[in-house]
Write a protein that binds this ligand. Structure first.
Ligand code: ATP
Length: 369
């Protein structure tokens, strides 16, 4: 059991930089929790406070119901894996992995058994005699993981462990770390600025901005129900499209008016907008590229959900293509089947799947319907 509780954490650096503001979070046993957000949002600081490497300005941290505010890092039963691997260059892979165990004066035989076990899991068996400089980036990262694993910690903390690897290796290591989590059945807290990593690895995601938690949820819910415009724009690739829209009522029906065209809003959503006082007001309409369509049945069947634009350029991605379409002065990205070929510069119609649309308050950015 290794649950972790963060209560009202603050970190204020000298010069009054508030890196983490009133952060409360319960990390469950065996969970893979990802802290994600743009550079400077406070995720590394949060992780370092959990590790005991950074002093807490105020608040409390509990590991397994034990207050650890004043417990030294090495007494916290956690292991941290860093972006730059932090391997000892003069030691072999074997000695790097064994280092922590030797410090703890574990008998030699036991160390050997443990190192070999870890090396087997991480496919490092043939590399045990090499020095770090003789390893590839991915191999170094596996050694860093091995060094953490061999201590059998209650909690693994990882700070952007894959950011020094090339794209292909990153994808591979992503899968390996996710598998490792499954096999080890240990709590993982993982920091990244890469939303793809967060979405594919985390059982729960914490999205942060400016030291504040924006949303905590599982990946699917974060994607489908972002609480505000920031989360909606940060999670998902390509980025969610945002358009300004005026909410109006005509003949008893609610429409979102975008660049002089009307999009029919469903009765329920329309009522919600009306109840919240948005009639006659501008809001931000958000829709993902896969919920816009370029051609086909839906376009023919739903003339009330179509805007016209001009195709600016296309990006072939294999089976799908991103079409960048300018509607009035706003560019939206539409994800279409690659078989749908349209020449750039042509006028195109863009259909909106209105059941997948989000409305955000223009000032606060809060998701309103
Ligand atoms: P990145 O992805 O760039 O590492 P992050 O989300 O991990 O960013 P932090 O490193 O936690 O962000 O930094 C949060 C804020 O605290 C930033 O504004 C940063 O400049 C500031 N900060 C971090 N470390 C210190 C420090 N030692 N002294 C003063 N300010 C700091």
């Amino acid at each position: 059991m290794a649950n972790l509780i963060l209560k009202n954490l603050y970190k204020i650096y000298p010069d009054n930089v508030t890196a983490v503001k009133d952060l409360s979070l319960e990390i469950k046993d065996k969970e893979f929790l990802v802290l994600v957000g743009p550079s400077g949002c406070g995720k590394t600081t949060t992780l370092r406070m959990i590790a005991g490497l950074e002093e807490i300005s105020s608040g409390e941290i509990y590991i397994e119901d034990r207050l650890v505010n004043d417990v030294a890092p090495k007494e916290r039963d956690i292991a941290m894996v860093f972006q730059n691997y932090a391997l000892y260059p003069h030691l072999t892979v074997y000695d790097n992995i064994a280092f922590g165990l030797k410090l703890r004066k574990i008998p030699k035989d036991e160390i050997k058994k443990n190192v070999q076990e870890v090396a087997r899991i991480l496919a490092l068996e043939d590399l045990l005699d090499r020095k770090p400089k003789e390893l590839s980036g991915g191999q170094k990262q596996r050694v860093a993981l091995g060094r953490a694993m061999v201590r059998k910690p209650k909690v693994f903390l990882m700070d952007e462990p894959l950011s020094n690897l090339d794209a292909q290796l990153r994808t591979q290591m992503r899968i390996e770390i996710a598998k490792l989590h499954k096999n080890l059945e240990t709590t993982f807290v993982y920091v990244t600025h890469d939303q793809t990593e967060a979405m594919t690895m985390g059982t729960r995601i914490v999205v942060m901005k400016d030291g504040l938690i924006q949303q905590i949820d599982n990946p699917q819910r974060i994607y489908d129900r972002p609480v505000n415009r920031f989360v909606a724009g940060f999670i998902g690739s390509p980025k969610m499209n945002f358009l300004e829209a005026l909410i109006i009522e005509q003949n008893g029906r609610i429409f979102a008016k975008v660049a002089d065209s009307l999009l029919l809003v469903s009765i329920a959503r329309g009522q919600e907008l009306k109840d919240k006082g948005y009639l006659g007001k501008e809001v931000i309409l958000g829709i993902r590229a896969e919920h816009l369509y370029g051609k086909g049945d839906l376009l023919a069947r739903h003339p009330e959900c179509i805007l016209s634009g001009r195709l600016e350029f296309t990006e072939l991605r294999g089976s799908e293509t991103y079409q960048y379409v300018k509607i009035a002065e706003i560019e939206v990205v539409v994800r279409v089947d690659s078989e749908l070929q349209v020449e750039t510069g042509q006028k195109v119609k863009v259909g909106f799947n209105m059941s997948k649309i989000h409305f955000f308050d223009k000032e606060s950015g809060v998701n309103i319907a």
